[in-house]
Write a protein that binds this ligand. Structure first.
Ligand SMILES: CC(C)(COP(=O)(O)OP(=O)(O)OC[C@H]1O[C@@H](n2cnc3c(N)ncnc32)[C@H](O)[C@@H]1OP(=O)(O)O)[C@@H](O)C(=O)NCCC(=O)NCCSC(=O)C[C@H](O)C(=O)O
Ligand SMILES: [Mg+2]
Length: 352
């Protein structure tokens, strides 16, 4: 047997560690905002970021130079103390270095021992299979016990290798700590030997061409989304495991239009949120990952038309039944969550 028995699945992995969560906390996580914590100037903006973003993440991995890893770790721990994260309702996460790096052990031990009370989620990069989650799970349980934590720290895996992709379902199910999974399009592209230097988004050469025209005139063509299969599979794995799927980074900070479209495709396919690498992407993510007022109003009309969620109804010429009721519930529940945090949108959702 390669799986734990059902009774053992929810047992703490170390004596004195907190009980694993049976249900994930319901949180609004439209964007995970990346902060380079070794930069004093950017770290000073963290209290302001905490009022704007749903989640603020101290990044210790890629984009942090090797000679700044210690300073980034110190900065991450300071970030934990800069804000009353739980009081504010903003998530505080950190992305640690990979398990095979010289930094992983100290990243995790210092974060859990010195900022464990504040830390909601550890983001684990380059997860290859469930064994990576099991190792980190056991290690964090020991540290939680040592720190006397009462609330378990959750895990978020990044899909960045072909092997991780092939085992995404097993990764999603590996531990009750699993909160979600993000796409890491830059590392995944490299590992798959895709021919691109971009961080997410489309590519001008990835397209389909219309059939030839009889008059020999120029054939139309359109760009396709090279991430469609990956995101759809990630969403299925996550939702099967009862955890959340996230898009990931969009590296062309200047191209806000393409960023918005990539985020929107991910939202429509089932993702809960994305990453923001620059303050300008926070607003884009907020716009995209909050349902549109028109959609919310129509969803609520469906719920009202079928109060017990069964039967059939017609609304504006469109058939509604038990399945569309469930779709409407997804949108209406998300709107309720957004409304708790965003009075402007709450008003827009309530307006006639
Ligand atoms: C991408 C950046 C290096 C751009 O920084 P900069 O050139 O300073 O941008 P601006 O001049 O436009 O900045 C305007 C002001 O905003 C502040 N700023 C910039 N970024 C942030 C931020 N993330 N949080 C808070 N504040 C920020 C600047 O300091 C300016 O302030 P002021 O001077 O007072 O006006 C930079 O945005 C950055 O470093 N972003 C994070 C990059 C990152 O984390 N990359 C790693 C994640 S993606 C990845 O790892 C790939 C993935 O794993 C995969 O495999 O796909
Ligand atoms: Mg990466």
């Amino acid at each position: 047997m390669s799986q734990k028995t059902p009774r053992n699945f929810f047992k703490p992995l170390a004596i004195g560690a907190p009980d694993p969560m049976r249900e994930l906390p319901i949180r609004l996580e439209r964007m995970i905002h990346f902060v380079p914590p070794h930069l004093d100037k950017v770290r000073a903006k963290v209290p302001q970021m905490a009022t704007q973003a749903d989640v603020v993440l101290a990044n210790l991995e890629d984009a942090i130079p090797a000679d700044a890893k210690d300073a980034a770790r110190d900065g991450a721990i300071e970030m934990g103390k800069m804000v009353d994260w739980q009081g504010k309702g903003t998530g505080f996460w950190s992305r640690v270095n990979p398990l095979n790096s010289p930094w992983f052990q100290e990243d995790v031990s210092r974060l859990v021992l010195e900022a464990g009370e504040q830390l909601d989620v550890i983001m684990l990069p380059k997860v290859e299979g469930p064994w990576d989650i099991h190792f980190a799970d056991q290690y964090v349980a020991q540290l939680e016990a040592k720190a006397g934590l009462k609330r378990p720290i959750l895990f978020h895996a990044i899909l960045e290798t072909a092997q991780g992709m092939a085992l995404v379902e097993e990764i999603a199910l590996a531990s009750p700590r699993m909160q979600g999974i993000s796409l890491g399009p830059a590392d995944l592209a490299a590992d798959r030997k895709m021919k691109t230097t971009r961080v997410g988004g489309g590519h001008p050469y990835y397209r389909v061409v219309d059939d030839p025209n009889e008059d020999g005139s120029k054939r139309e063509s359109a760009q396709q989304d090279p991430w469609h299969y990956t995101i759809a599979r990630m969403v299925d794995a996550c939702r099967m495991a009862g955890i959340n799927a996230f898009y990931g980074p969009f590296g062309d900070i200047a191209d806000s239009e393409a960023c918005e479209q990539q985020f929107r495709n991910a939202f429509l396919l089932g993702c809960s949120g994305t990453w923001s690498l620059h303050p300008s992407q926070i607003e884009i993510a907020k716009r995209v990952f909050s349902p549109a007022p028109d959609e919310v109003k129509f969803a609520r009309r469906i719920l009202e038309a079928m109060p017990d969620g069964t039967g059939v109804a017609m609304l504006d010429g469109k058939m509604q039944d038990d399945a569309t009721w469930k779709q409407a519930k997804v949108i209406s529940d998300l709107a309720d969550l957004v409304s708790e945090k965003d009075p402007e949108l709450a008003k827009a959702y309530a307006a006639d």
